[in-house]
Design a binder for this molecule. Structure first.
Ligand SMILES: [Zn+2]
Ligand SMILES: [Zn+2]
Length: 327
């Protein structure tokens, strides 16, 4: 099969021919229909994530069809459409796994990081971490839901009572979350790279009450701010925008260092936290919302061998919405 692999950090992905993988016990072989390009892939390629298993096939927003079932797989059938997210394996028995926090499992393995992912014609996944996906939506539009959508949803789940929310970085995750917020009738304001009028227009089109530069002030205090851009200087900026008792959630896996800021920015019971990975429960809940909400993802398709172009478009900020590879 054709696959794109990362052999060492800070080098372009290389196109290779790999033998067709085999589904082991409890695994499924999937023919990849579409695989989203996530910012985490960029951090991986840029050498910003510790200890990837190299060489690795990246990609953890996989939409595929079951091509073969491994031993003991009863839940799915050949031909069925499944989604594979970032969390690809957990131990199932540690304190985290047994208390509904498998996203924090110390032994967890991640798709496209320690397990070969979806930048390929076929991939193998653990059946426990596959979600059935609807047939009515094109694969290309489903792919970004599997990480950008899910992580956005988990970040939002940290602030269940917030009515007025700031979104920092209006890319793949925020544009999906905006539609969830509209559906839930919650107000949101969008903060983008300074001067990025295309992203600000995009946010307004998706219902933002206000959109502006990341160092600007929203027209009202926020109950919460969710940061999707990997820039540490957004943390004090966002803390400055949330009202007393408000929460700032950092949703990315990697962020540049957070600059020092005065304690009074945190004072008033403001809360600063991160969101790590996802749980299967998040996936099931989010896909229920997707089924009830007409969420449309804005996508740009790339051929599999154009993966390096997709990554560089994401890096440069030239992309509106999400990039998706179509093997
Ligand atoms: Zn565990
Ligand atoms: Zn991701």
């Amino acid at each position: 099969m054709l696959a794109m692999i990362l052999e060492s950090p800070r080098t372009p992905l290389r196109q290779v021919d790999l033998p067709l993988p085999q589904a082991g016990p409890g695994q499924v072989l999937l023919r990849v229909e579409a695989c989203g390009v996530c910012r985490t892939d960029l951090h991986l390629v840029d050498g910003e994530l510790p200890e990837p298993r190299l060489p690795i096939v990246p990609g953890h927003e996989i939409v595929g069809r079951v091509a073969a079932l491994g031993e003991g797989v009863g839940a799915f059938t050949v031909g069925q459409r499944l989604g594979v997210p970032w969390l690809g394996w957990t131990c199932g028995c540690c304190d985290f796994c047994t208390s509904g926090r498998e996203n924090l499992c110390d032994a967890a393995r991640f798709t496209g990081y320690q397990i070969h992912g979806g930048y390929a014609e076929y991939t193998v996944a653990d059946q426990r971490y596959c979600f059935p996906l609807p047939e009515t939506v094109p694969a290309i539009e489903l792919a970004p839901l599997l990480c950008a959508g899910l992580i956005g949803y988990r970040a939002l789940a940290m602030v269940p009572d917030a009515r007025c929310i700031g979104l920092y970085g209006f890319g793949a995750a925020a544009h999906i979350l905006a539609q969830v917020l509209n559906y839930q009738q919650r107000r949101f304001h969008a903060f983008t790279r300074n001067g990025d009028s295309a992203a600000q227009d995009f946010a307004r089109r998706l219902g933002a009450a206000w959109a502006g530069d990341s160092d600007a002030s929203a027209p009202e205090p926020l109950d919460a701010a969710l940061i999707f851009a990997p820039a540490g200087e957004l943390v004090p900026a966002a803390l400055g925008q949330v009202r007393k008792g408000g929460t700032v959630v950092c949703a990315g896996i990697h962020m540049s260092d957070i600059p020092a800021f005065p304690y009074r920015e945190l004072w008033g019971e403001r809360c600063l936290r991160s969101v790590a990975n996802l749980t299967r429960e998040d996936g099931l809940r989010f896909l229920d919302i997707v089924a009830a909400t007409p969420i449309r993802t804005e996508v740009r398709g790339y051929a599999l061998d154009q993966a390096n172009s997709a990554l560089s478009d994401l890096r440069s900020g030239a992309l509106i919405g999400a990039a998706v590879l179509l093997p």
